[in-house]
Design a protein around this ligand. Structure first.
Ligand SMILES: [Fe+2]
Length: 307
């Protein structure tokens, strides 16, 4: 489970103090111990009981202009600081089933009941309320290929919640949680690892009952653009997609390019012949995903050929 960072009663810090300390060159979120050492800063920020409300009011006065520019998340999140390639700071709201926003929206906007790992590390502190619950697991990232349906040695650790003042470090590609609704409206604050490499690292959804990878959650904008490029009128962009399929350093992207090349072909048999090249790849993820895509096409052949 995430590493619980023992912190005493830290003096209250301003957000600017935390940012100044994190901007120190020695802070390296990709290094577990360096990231864990920043736990005291987050605990100090959580001891400041007014800064978040002040920011929320300031945002409302500004018609949430900064959120519109910097916040890629839903309204569950307030982006507090994003100025570095190394990290950003956000606040998250975790409603309980009794809260009107939960009744209106259901589980999905809050990622409840979606067991998953993370392709980044992050520090979190419970800021308000009794905190969201999680069933925690661990697994060995190095031992999985990353295929949907693949068996994983998922080890249950415990069920606990992020209580006010508790600081935890979620470790990338190691800690898995099935996040469950809080018993009352709760707020957490995160320091998130940021890096241009993250879109190329896979985040998984798991099925703990079957001990399987249920799916790959990571989607990069490149994958959507590959679909457009492969189908570009006249094929003018197809050489780029072919280059991605042959040489992109990320195996998930290589498969995405191959899938779009297959999809752009005129018949199921032509698509299958493109996927057959992928299935022969020495890379286990590309080969496995190509086989799964070929099986999906075969299973849906009659429907595809009718339309
Ligand atoms: Fe999560």
């Amino acid at each position: 489970m995430p590493r619980v960072i023992p912190c005493g009663d830290e003096p209250a810090l301003q957000l600017g103090d935390v940012i100044a300390a994190l901007n120190n060159e020695r802070f390296e979120p990709a290094d577990e111990d360096s990231f864990a050492a920043a736990g005291r800063l987050l605990k100090g920020l959580a001891a400041n009981r007014s800064f978040l409300a002040d920011i929320a009011v300031a945002e409302l006065k500004d018609r949430c202009g900064r959120q519109a520019k910097e916040n890629l998340y839903s309204s569950q999140v307030i982006m507090l600081h994003r100025a570095s390639e190394k990290y950003f700071i956000r606040a998250n709201f975790w409603p309980s089933p009794q809260d009107s926003v939960f009744k209106a929206s259901g589980n999905s906007p809050f990622f409840y009941h979606v067991p998953h790992d993370h392709n980044f590390s992050f520090l979190t502190v419970g800021y308000l309320g009794s905190g969201y619950w999680s069933e925690y697991y661990e697994y060995d990232y190095e031992k999985v290929v990353g295929l949907p349906g693949e068996k994983v040695d998922l080890r249950f650790i415990e069920k606990s919640r992020l209580e006010q003042g508790k600081v935890m470090l979620y470790r990338a590609h190691k800690d898995v949680h099935n996040q469950l609704p809080a018993d009352e409206m709760s707020v957490s604050i995160n320091i998130m690892e940021a890096s241009p490499r993250l879109p190329f690292l896979s985040q998984y959804r798991f099925d703990p009952a079957k001990c399987e990878i249920a799916g790959i959650l990571t989607r990069s904008s490149s994958e959507a653009l590959l679909a457009l490029a492969a189908n570009h009128e006249g094929g003018n962009a197809r050489d780029l997609v072919e280059d991605f399929a042959a040489r992109h350093p990320c195996d998930r992207l290589r498969f995405a390019a191959l899938r779009e090349l297959a999809s752009a072909r005129g018949s199921v048999d032509e698509s299958l012949s493109v996927l057959a090249k992928g299935a022969a790849s020495p890379n286990a993820l590309v080969a496995g995903l190509a086989r799964q895509e070929a099986a999906r096409l075969q299973a849906n052949r009659s429907w595809i050929e009718r339309t």
